[in-house]
Each structure stands twice: as structure tokens, then as C-alpha cells.
Design a protein around this ligand. Structure first.
Ligand SMILES: *Cc1c(COP(=O)(O)O)cnc(C)c1O
Length: 385
């Protein structure tokens, strides 16, 4: 019987505990495991190498992304780092220009100094990615996110994976903004999927975590080795919290998407809003790709306010239901000002031409009643106009 996403999200890796019948398997906090004889054990010896609670989470993550195996990490950044760590000095990686700030920092400040060549595609187009690939001496990897942060461009995963294949590159996709419920990069040709499970997978803003999921077991071998050797592993409680979040991922993503679509339409019609970026608005330049590639359009919206920095500051401080905070993907709605928060490390002369203006606001639409969210946006917009 082939089970649907929702059913697998609840049951994969979650068999009742055989010794007690506990429906929810207990949290394994033991750091070590008693062996029957030297080198003889029940599959676990030391909790950095493996842990039943972590193994459960890895099982469900692999199933939901359609991969053969997964490795959980202490954060999304540790997961990104493990993937880039598979490159050797002299190898090259091509990344999209619209990138999570922490990933940009890893590429620029950690891996570049170690001798990894990095090239950024000038835009989300396949042509610009190919241009970046051929600029490298020894290209090995294509790295991108979709939808991107904060302009929510949808990149064509199938076309980019095909390009990567023609140059024998590994395709790694950061699927944090979409979650496996909305899109599954492996089914579109990607080799590796990376997540900050801190966001939609955890879903409740109460845990930091990350994961790498691989199309095939072999591709994950080196990453598993690094998980143990570098040791950036998540604790059992963190794994448990992410797995608990995953059980409601489908219903959460549906409501996030439904509310965000309504708010995106409301914002588009408002006179104080210059521009709205939402993957599901036909006015978004990548709308056709999003429609083809995603089940729904997610809970993230960005908007450019008339009135620039002054308007943005006033808007953010007037919101009552949305909290002014970094991060995304939780049940509570958040608002962030990329120019002074998540993207403040990018100089204005690079940031502004890319569309990350002083008036840009990013919203993570939560699960509060959509009318309350709309009223909150309306009253905050009133003060800026
Ligand atoms: C948050 C985030 C990360 C980093 O994850 P942490 O869990 O904060 O280390 C990586 N990629 C994207 C797209 C993110 O939003």
C-alpha cells in the first residue's frame, strides 16, 4: 500500500516501543550503549555516532523528501556546512545570488579561504548558472534555494538539475522555505536536499536543527562520516521536537499558504505598498515555475513599502500580532526588515539593486486567524500612509 504524505509524516520512524508498547517511542537520552561483548551491540554504541531518537527523525525526513537516507544536524548551518565540506580544495561551487545570509557567509568566509572556488549566478536563469559553471576551473556542485530569501523567486529545480548533470555536478537544494510538503527537489532531479529544520519542519519556533537528505545512500556516506567526525549532532530532545512538528506539517503548510495568499492579495491592493513578492501571485516574474513546481505557494511574503526606511521602521513597530523577529516557519506570525536585520551584512550598493531596498519587509504568515492578521497589517499600514 503506498501511503500519502500526511500518513507517512505521522508514522514513518514511529513504531510503538516494543518493550512497553508506548505509542510514542521514548526519548533516548543515553550517551552510551551497553555492549554484549566487545564490538557486539544492538546497532547503537555511542550517541554522537547514532541515537534511536535521531534515527527516527532521519527515517521520516528521508521518506518525506523521497530520498534513500538522511542525516540530522545541530542546525541548518551545520547541515549546509557538511554538504560543502564534501568539496576538496580546488573544487568549485556555483550558488544562486539570492541566498540565505548564513550560507553566503559560509561560502565566502569559511570555504573560500580553504581553497574552494565560489561563483555566483548573476540571476536565477539557467543561462546565468551555466555562465558561472564554465567560469570555474573544476566545478563540482550547484547550490541554490527555492523560493529564495527575501524576494521569493522560484528557481526551476528540474532545469537546473539537468544543467548540473550535463557538467557532472552534484545538485544541492536548500528546501527550507518550501518544506517537502510543497516541493520535493529529489523528484525533480536534485541529489541532495538541505533543511533548516528550525523553520517549517519544527514549525513552533522552539528548536534549532538541520538535515541533509540524499537521493541515494552512497551520496550520504561522506556526509554521515562528517556528521560523526565533526560532531555537529542534534540532541535527542531537539530531534523529538522536530519530529513532533513534522506530524502536522501538511495541515500547517496548507493553512500557511491559504492565509498568505489572501494577505498577499490584500497587500497588492493597498496604496502604501509599492510591490508585493509572493510566489503565488501571477504578477511575480517566476509565477509559472512556481505553479508547475509547487503544490501550493507557502507562507512567506515580502513587500516593498512606499516611503522607504522611515515607513518600514514605523510599520514594523506598529504591528501587534506579527512579532518583529528573525526566523520563519513557526505558528506565530513574524515580521522582519531585511535591510537592517537578516541582510544587513550586504552593502547597500549591492543589496538595493537586487531589490532588497530599505522599504522591504518580509512576513512569515503564521496560523493565527487570517482576519486578525489582515487587520493588524491594515492598522500598521495606516500609520505609514
Ligand atoms: C535559517 C536558514 C538556514 C540556517 O539554518 P539554522 O538552523 O538557523 O542554522 C539555512 N537556509 C535557510 C534558507 C534558512 O532559512
Amino acid at each position: 500500500m503506498s501511503l500519502h504524505f500526511e500518513t507517512r509524516a505521522i508514522h514513518e520512524g514511529q513504531s510503538p516501543d516494543p518493550s512497553t508498547g508506548a505509542t510514542i517511542p521514548p526519548l533516548y537520552i543515553s550517551s552510551t550503549y551497553t555492549q554484549q561483548a566487545p564490538g557486539e551491540n544492538l546497532g547503537y554504541d555511542y550517541a554522537r555516532s547514532n541515537n534511536p531518537t535521531r534515527a527516527s527523525l532521519e527515517t521520516v525526513l528521508a521518506a518525506l523528501e523521497g530520498g534513500e537516507a538522511a542525516a540530522a544536524f545541530a542546525s541548518g548551518s551545520a547541515a549546509c556546512s557538511a554538504v560543502l565540506d564534501t568539496l576538496a580544495p580546488g573544487d568549485g561551487v556555483v550558488a544562486s545570488d539570492d541566498l540565505y545570509g548564513g550560507t553566503f557567509r559560509l561560502l565566502d568566509k569559511v570555504f573560500r579561504p580553504l581553497g574552494i572556488e565560489v561563483a555566483f549566478a548573476a540571476s536565477a536563469s539557467v543561462v546565468d548558472f551555466e555562465r558561472a559553471v564554465v567560469s570555474l576551473r573544476r566545478p563540482r556542485m550547484l547550490w541554490f534555494e527555492s523560493p529564495t530569501n527575501p524576494l521569493l523567486q522560484t528557481l526551476d529545480i528540474e532545469a537546473l538539475s539537468k544543467l548540473a548533470k550535463s557538467y557532472h555536478l552534484v545538485t544541492a537544494v536548500d528546501n527550507t522555505f518550501a518544506s517537502p510538503y510543497l516541493q520535493q527537489p529529489i523528484s525533480l532531479g536534485a541529489d541532495l536536499v538541505v533543511h533548516s529544520t528550525t523553520k517549517y519542519l519544527g514549525g513552533h519556533s522552539d528548536v534549532i536543527g538541520g538535515a541533509v537528505i540524499a537521493r541515494n545512500q552512497d551520496a550520504l556516506e561522506r556526509i554521515r562520516f562528517l556528521q560523526n567526525a565533526r560532531g555537529a549532532v542534534p540532541g535527542p530532545l531537539d530531534c523529538y521536537l522536530v519530529q513532533r512538528g513534522i506530524k502536522t506539517l501538511a495541515v500547517r503548510m496548507e493553512r500557511h499558504s491559504q492565509s498568505a495568499r489572501r494577505l498577499a492579495e490584500f497587500l497588492s491592493a493597498h496604496k502604501s505598498v509599492q510591490k508585493v513578492y509572493y510566489p503565488g501571485l501571477p504578477s511575480h516574474p517566476t509565477y509559472e515555475v512556481a505553479r508547475r513546481q509547487m503544490r501550493d505557494f507557502g507562507g512567506m511574503i515580502s513587500l516593498d513599502l512606499v516611503g522607504g526606511l522611515h515607513a518600514a521602521r514605523s510599520f514594523c513597530t506598529k504591528l501587534k500580532v506579527f512579532s518583529l523577529a528573525e526566523s520563519l516557519g513557526g505558528v506565530e506570525s513574524l515580521c522582519c526588515h531585511p535591510a537592517t536585520m537578516t541582510h544587513s551584512s550586504i552593502p547597500a550598493e549591492i543589496r538595493v539593486p537586487r531589490g532588497i531596498t530599505d522599504g522591504l519587509i518580509r512576513l512569515s504568515v503564521g496560523l493565527e486567524h487570517v482576519e486578525d492578521l489582515e487587520c493588524d497589517l491594515a492598522q500598521a499600514l495606516e500609520t505609514v500612509s
